[in-house]
Write a protein that binds this ligand. Structure first.
Ligand code: FRU
Length: 484
């Protein structure tokens, strides 16, 4: 396959047509349409003056980019935030018809001293096509916090108020409001909690059912920025606990990671998914602040993860946040080729007919120390997913494929420490510049960018054990429109 400037453009992940994108913003479902707004610099393919870009989709897989929604103004750039549907016109911005209210951070650079960050509002009466900036902006300031950003707002019926969670350094703060305009401080969470090695960003807070029970718990997502003195780069942690409308109480002091790959950051959940649907759906920015400005994609930069349905499960290792791809992706699967059941993994070779594709397998290691899934292109390069039974981990190695030189971190192995079962179920989705791995039906995830010199055309599965086998599995192509 010939190398073109667009060789890395994803087919089933959202990426802007041109220029820079980071965090997903204002993800909301309204009148049958999913809306994704995003941190966007429309003038260059590196981070710069932030706008909110906009895309719409009926199924969260096939997106159509729209006109830019929010532009920087005299109060500053438009940083991350959320959108809610004001069903009952609590804000007074609407008449009989409900509309969208965006709650976002204005970020103002100062000629001297640190920048200012305030929360502001904009509203739309035409499903996000045009926006009015609220005349009373900003609606929420803090007397001395420099980091005071990324408001995520939801309506909490129990207290009949809007709740806002926002990132405030290495903590989050919770405010409530009756009208989205006047906000009262309720609590601060995070002092000494969780991972504290870098700035906290883009929090989210929602209630989730524990699978198989009628109990619920609250989940708080908190992204943690890049600390150049640490190995990891930016990543996302979560807490499980209780929330009474004012105070979040974590159930323990564990640090839990949402994703073990390097490239899932600043993700939050959709707002206003109807109750009859009931899903809590998450998408993240598929990059890492350590190298996001340097990835080799040319005139566009930044893409989102696939949308994932979240739920809580009880496991031997405690309660976990599980993520499974939304079922909407199934309609784009075609040419599903099953593996012969119970076949030995003996240098098994599968030819891949095109990207994107999904490989699903259930393996029986039968005493193996390792099983390798090796994705190759015709350029003598390979991406390796190793089930390492000695280390009890799934290890992704992207150091031997494509373009890696732009960051040392990019070549580092990515390790998902799972106590692998006797039978491991793996799902791997590969697009032109990413791989998303889900283990054990979404119990753990590993999301990673990869920039091969050509499209993958072969999968080789090997093991040190001659007994190891594939109990079942299949390889399916994924296609949107006629493009694939
Ligand atoms: C997270 C973040 C947010 C901020 C935005 C700026 O990636 O740093 O905290 O609002 O990006 O683009």
């Amino acid at each position: 396959m010939l190398q073109t400037n667009n060789q890395f453009r994803p087919k089933i992940h959202f990426a802007p047509k041109k220029n820079w994108m980071n965090d997903p913003n204002g993800m909301v479902f309204f009148n049958g349409m999913y809306h994704l707004f995003f941190q966007h610099n429309p003038n260059a393919s590196v981070w710069g003056p932030m706008h909110w870009g906009h895309a719409i989709s009926k199924d969260m897989i096939h997106w159509e980019e729209q006109a830019i929604a929010l532009f920087p103004d005299e109060l500053g750039m438009i940083f991350s935030g959320s959108i809610v549907i004001d069903w009952n016109n609590t804000s007074g911005f609407f008449g009989d018809q409900p509309g969208m209210v965006a709650i976002f951070t204005h970020h103002l650079e100062q000629s001297s001293g640190p920048p200012k960050q305030y929360q502001s509002l904009a509203y739309s009466k035409d499903e996000g096509k045009s926006w009015v900036s609220y005349s009373g902006n900003p609606v929420l300031k803090h007397p001395d916090k420099v980091d005071f950003r990324d408001p995520k707002v939801f309506w909490y019926e129990k207290i009949k108020r809007w709740v806002m969670i926002l990132a405030t350094g290495q903590t989050v703060m919770i405010y409530t409001s009756r009208n989205l305009v006047d906000w009262q401080f309720k609590s601060e969470f995070g002092e000494g909690k969780g991972y504290q090695e870098a700035v906290w960003e883009c929090p989210d807070l929602f209630e989730l059912q524990i699978e198989g029970t009628n109990k619920t718990k609250w989940v708080m997502l908190v992204s943690v920025g890049d600390n150049p003195d640490k190995q990891e780069g930016s990543k996302t942690q979560y807490f499980i606990g209780d929330f009474d409308g004012e105070i979040f109480t974590p159930q323990d002091d564990l640090v839990r990671w949402l994703d073990y790959g390097k490239d899932n950051y600043a993700g939050v959940s959709f707002s206003d998914i109807p109750q009859v649907d009931g899903r809590r759906i998450y998408m993240g920015w598929m990059s890492n602040w350590r190298y996001a400005n340097h990835v080799p994609t040319g005139e566009w930069r930044g893409q989102m993860t696939l949308p994932r349905k979240l739920s809580l499960i009880e496991t031997n290792e405690g309660m976990l946040l599980k993520q499974v791809l939304v079922e909407e992706i199934m309609q784009y699967m075609y040419e599903s080729i099953p593996f012969k059941p119970n076949q030995l993994i003996n240098n098994l070779q599968v030819s891949l007919e095109g990207v994107p594709f999904m490989v699903e397998v259930l393996v029986d290691p039968a005493g193996a120390k390792e099983i390798d899934f090796i994705f190759q292109t015709d350029r003598d390069e390979e991406l390796i997913v190793k089930l390492d039974y000695l280390k009890k981990a799934i290890v992704l190695d992207r150091s031997r494929i494509g373009i890696v030189e732009f960051s040392e971190l990019f070549s580092a192995k990515q390790v998902l420490p799972v106590a692998t079962n006797k039978h491991d179920r793996l799902q791997m989705v590969i697009d032109h510049s990413s791989i998303e791995i889900f283990n054990d039906d979404g119990r753990y995830a590993l999301t990673s960018l990869v920039y091969p010199h050509a499209a993958f055309d072969k999968l080789i599965i090997t093991s040190d054990s001659s007994e190891a086998k594939l109990i079942e599995g299949k390889c399916s192509r994924i296609k949107i429109g006629d493009e694939a």
